[in-house]
Design a protein around this ligand. Structure first.
Ligand SMILES: *[C@@H]1O[C@H](CO)[C@@H](O)[C@H](O)[C@H]1NC(C)=O
Ligand SMILES: *[C@@H]1O[C@H](CO)[C@@H](O)[C@H](O)[C@H]1NC(C)=O
Length: 287
């Protein structure tokens, strides 16, 4: 009897695990696209994204193809995120993982404009409170899209309001104790590096976006991100370099340090330097 129960349990859990890992939000019709190449550069449904500073986004942008060559315009409203991975899908405000000390707001996940990307929208969130950040790694999130515009040759063709469960975008979350991110407003190449105390694990994130001069189509903005697993407390130095300037024109850049889902430091600059010149250098301490 005992062995039969445990076998059953094993079966159930393996099935749930495979379902949510391999198939996060496959019903969703909205997708994430990268602005390198064409709008057809789709990311897999449920693709992994790094959670970043509150009220900003550096994720790929939301896209969707419609019949007759029409495209997605502005997304006007989103619903409450549904969260899962190893447990049944639940609305985020009703989610009570063991140890969570403050429940999530209905609007925790939302869409916001991606910096320097001309109004394109990406995955965003509000600031994490209490120990919320500790529960957000490796979760499948489905964000309902409840109202959006369809464009025809760049003009609003129709505004759609919907409660269809398939009108959503899905992604799998990734978190890091320290996220250092740099984004800039041109096809130039910038470099971001972080130095820290011995024992800190400093890694380049694998979703960098860096243009090459005169690429077709043009990559309108770039980003580089470094994540840090600090190990112990200490001081860090962030260095921003303007590695290469394509046309010698001024490029705006913004660097942010995010600790446990909260913005710790923001620096902005403008540069036409190129030549791998250091254009920003900042210190911060953890925690
Ligand atoms: C983020 O946006 C929300 C809603 O607009 C606002 O209430 C909150 O103060 C903002 N938080 C930060 C850190 O900017
Ligand atoms: C860059 O910043 C300047 C002001 O500092 C602003 O006028 C300009 O619109 C910005 N350009 C972009 C592409 O963000």
């Amino acid at each position: 009897m005992f062995s039969r129960v445990s076998l059953l349990l094993l079966f159930c859990c393996v099935t749930v695990f495979v379902d949510t890992e391999a198939a996060c939000g496959t019903i969703c019709k909205f997708r994430l696209c990268r602005p390198d190449g064409t709008e057809n550069n789709l990311r897999p449904k449920g693709g992994r994204i790094l959670l970043r500073a509150p009220n900003t986004s550096l994720s790929p942008f939301i896209c969707r193809k419609f019949p007759g060559g029409r495209t997605l315009g502005r997304i006007r409203t989103t619903g409450e995120a549904i969260i899962s991975n190893g447990f049944s899908p639940v609305r985020i405000s009703k989610w009570r993982p063991k140890g969570l000390s403050k429940k999530f707001s209905k609007k925790y996940f939302k869409l916001v404009n991606i910096l320097y990307l001309g109004g394109k929208q990406g995955i965003g969130r509000i600031e994490s409170m209490a120990n919320q950040e500790d529960f957000l790694d490796d979760k499948c999130v489905q964000l309902p899209i409840t109202s959006y515009d369809i464009l025809d040759k760049g003009k609003v063709f129709r505004t759609v309001s919907t409660t269809d469960a398939k009108d959503c975008v899905s992604f799998t979350t990734r978190t890091a104790p320290i996220v250092v991110e740099l984004t800039w407003s041109s096809e130039d190449d910038f470099d971001l590096s972080v130095k820290g105390p011995k024992g800190a694990k400093i890694s380049a994130n694998n979703d960098n976006l860096v243009g090459t001069c005169n690429s077709k189509p043009l990559v309108p903005a770039g980003k580089e991100t470094v994540t840090v697993d600090p190990g112990k407390n200490g001081k860090y130095t962030v260095i921003v370099r303007h590695f290469k300037s394509c046309k010698g024109e001024k490029t705006n850049w913004t660097m942010r340090v995010v600790i446990d889902g909260k913005t710790k430091l923001i620096r902005k600059g403008r540069s036409s330097a190129g030549g791998n010149k250091v254009v920003g250098e900042e210190m911060f301490s953890f925690p």
